[in-house]
Write a protein that binds this ligand. Structure first.
Ligand code: NAP
Length: 247
């Protein structure tokens, strides 16, 4: 049974015209980094809800999600209009298994994200767990345009607090941008450019967590299978763990 809690909007950060983050104060149960919740609003006397991953860490005071304002969507244009103090419904209990305790041990942790999926990895990186468990963490974030490379301050802080552990690669696919990879994650893997850049070989010591565009997840999984890695399942541990994010 879904249990709903009323929350209050504390901030609605507009990164670009349609990319935003919502910070909500709500009395909800503790989540695990990597899990998602449902956010809802009463629209025409009906509770309309959608799933969103937590971008906030369990220890953060506010619940934070990243969302895209889909112009013909039902809920997201309403989320986009929310002001400080407005009320939203939040599911009390978080859900999902895309969490670090589902990931087998390994030397290197590759976190691959497109678009808003960056949030799940930021939630994890704000906890101590990945830093304790992995020697190197490679965070790769692919977006269409450079202004979608969000949370740069937080990423810089993480790089500074873990200088020998964190490698951050931004990929901007639709324009050439200095300092960013100018192609899709799939291409960077297939051409071995990411391995060359990081000096980390993709092998059984690498754990992959993949979240974002469903096609990217599918294609990336196939590429990694081609490298000899297998999907991670509870019954049969492997190296590729994915989150079906949106369809
Ligand atoms: P996107 O189209 O997934 O683009 C993000 C990044 O993923 C881009 O760098 C893109 O490269 C790359 N990419 C796309 N397909 C790929 C593939 N098969 N293999 C490897 N990389 C791939 O998403 P977005 O820019 O974040 O958002 C676009 C639209 O997605 C939104 O307008 C919205 O409708 C929808 N969206 C929905 C939700 C939801 O929760 N329902 C969440 C996020 C986005 P290219 O530039 O080369 O395509």
């Amino acid at each position: 049974m879904e249990e709903w809690q009323e929350g209050e909007v504390v901030e609605n950060i507009k990164w670009t015209k349609n990319l935003a983050s919502l910070k909500i104060k709500a009395k909800i149960n503790l989540h695990q980094a990597g899990q998602f919740t449902r956010i809802g609003l009463n629209i025409k006397d009906e509770l309309v809800t959608r799933s969103y991953s937590y971008a906030s860490a369990p220890q953060d005071d506010l619940l934070e999600i990243i969302y895209v304002n889909v112009s013909n969507g039902t809920l997201s244009p309403k989320l986009h209009e929310l002001k400080i103090g407005d009320k939203v419904y939040v599911m009390k209990q978080a859900i999902g298994y895309f969490t670090l305790d589902e990931i087998p041990d390994g030397k290197n942790l590759w976190m691959l994200a497109t678009g808003t999926a960056l949030g799940v990895f930021l939630a994890m990186l704000k906890t101590s767990l990945p830093w304790q468990r992995f020697e190197k963490i490679i965070l790769i974030h692919s977006v269409r345009y450079s202004e979608e490379l969000i949370y740069q301050d937080l990423i810089e802080e993480l790089k500074q607090s873990h200088p020998d552990q964190l490698i951050y690669i931004s990929a901007v696919t639709r324009f050439k941008v200095e300092g960013s990879y100018n192609n899709r994650i799939t291409k960077g893997l297939l051409t071995r450019e990411f391995e060359n850049h990081t000096q980390i070989k993709i092998d059984e010591d690498s754990q992959f967590m993949i979240c974002g565009n469903p096609e990217m997840i599918k294609e990336t999984t196939e590429i990694l299978k081609g490298f000899g890695l297998v999907k991670n399942r509870r019954a049969k541990p492997g190296n590729i763990t994915v989150e079906r994010y949106w369809v």
